[in-house]
Design a protein around this ligand. Structure first.
Ligand code: TYM
Length: 332
């Protein structure tokens, strides 16, 4: 039975990188795979990075991440949606995987290198992060993982861990593959400073639940093609993050209009940004309205998450039982 798994960290507001890169695929695959698509707010991962982790806000952010996913169209009645720490089997399998994973491999992960470089003291859990991620996926024998491009290396390691386990203990796990949204592999941050990222803070992100006037303030001052110094200088929309965002939010006619206008200096950057803002407004207004409805009904959200954990455990427990037996733990 084909199965989908993906996770999202509650380390900050969900942004348009998460949305176009991953969450929209959760919704699409959810339509296809139903309860065999599992989506998880990975709070155990969130606590591995002391720079991005605030215990006062973790529960609230976990709740809001659920709300955001429901608001973009993920229906907890149709898919399996839950919180990682509510299913303790993730940690149990993760421990077994740490015993199969060379430290050298973990040290080579680029996300680990980036995050650990910013810390004075590196927690062991940050290094083990990819083993937990492999456990998330393989605990359900999932074979399909919708993610942004930044997760590629982690999925590759997951495949390696599956191979190692199968080799050591007998054929157990599939080798999962990543699926991407080709148009949103790596959405740039609105400050022009590399990839948009939750942990980079709000100057980098456009939140999907962010007030529209706050989004406009960020777009208004966002850098554009540096070759367009004056209004009369032509630009290259392919070198402009506003040009990138138009591909996500605008219809084809608008894209043609602003791309041609940019190349001929027929349209100024502010007008181009206003056109973008129309698309942003059309996209995010209904999502934000649905989020307000869910926030007004916290019991619905809590019940849905509790039910999701029960469903996830029912899938995980027999697989964990099989793993314990294969590893050779004493069964009573
Ligand atoms: P996280 O929480 O950083 O991001 C959630 C998802 O959003 C994607 N994404 C992006 N896609 C395109 N452009 C961007 N700028 C951008 N920023 C983020 C991410 O690729 C991700 O798909 N390690 C994972 C969480 C995780 C997980 C898992 C994922 C834990 N266990 C098991 C898949 C399967 C992470 O930090 O995602």
């Amino acid at each position: 039975m084909p199965r989908v798994f993906s996770g999202i960290q509650p380390t900050g507001e969900p942004h348009i990188g998460n949305y176009f890169g991953a969450m929209r695929n959760y919704v699409n695959l959810g339509e296809e795979y139903g309860k065999n698509s599992l989506y998880c707010v990975v709070d155990l991962h969130a606590i591995t990075n002391p720079a991005a982790f605030d215990p006062q806000r973790l529960a609230q952010r976990t709740f809001e991440m659920a709300v955001a996913n429901f608001a973009v169209g993920l229906d907890p009645q149709k898919v399996t949606f839950f919180v990682q720490s509510h299913v303790p089997e993730h940690q149990e399998l993760s421990w077994i995987f740490t015993t199969l994973t060379p430290v050298g491999e973990l040290e080579r992960m680029t996300q680990y290198k980036d995050k650990s470089a910013q810390l004075e003291s590196v927690p062991a859990g940050l290094l083990m992060y990819p083993a937990l991620m492999a456990a998330d996926i393989l605990l359900y024998k999932a074979d399909t993982v919708p993610v942004g491009e930044d997760q590629t290396q982690h999925i590759e390691l997951t495949r390696e861990i599956a191979r190692k386990f199968n080799h050591a203990f007998g054929e157990t796990f599939p080798e999962p593959r990543a699926v991407y949204n080709r148009d949103a592999l790596r959405i740039p941050g609105v400050d022009g400073n590399g990839k948009m990222g939750k942990s980079k803070g709000e100057t980098s992100t456009i939140g999907i639940l962010e007030p529209l006037d706050s989004i406009w303030q960020k777009l208004r001052v966002a850098p554009t093609d540096p070759a367009r110094v004056r209004r009369t200088d032509p630009g290259d929309p392919e070198k402009c993050l506003i040009g990138d965002y138009h591909k996500l939010f605008s219809d084809l006619d608008t894209i043609e209009l602003v791309y041609a206008g940019c190349r001929t200096a027929g349209i100024g950057c502010i007008d181009c940004k206003k056109k973008l803002m129309e698309g942003v407004t059309a996209h995010l207004t209904p999502i934000q309205a649905r989020a307000e409805d869910f926030k007004a009904d916290p019991d619905f959200v809590r019940d849905a998450i509790a039910q999701g954990a029960r469903e996830a455990r029912a899938l995980a427990q027999p697989i964990m039982e099989e793993v314990r037996e294969k590893v050779g733990f004493l069964k009573l």
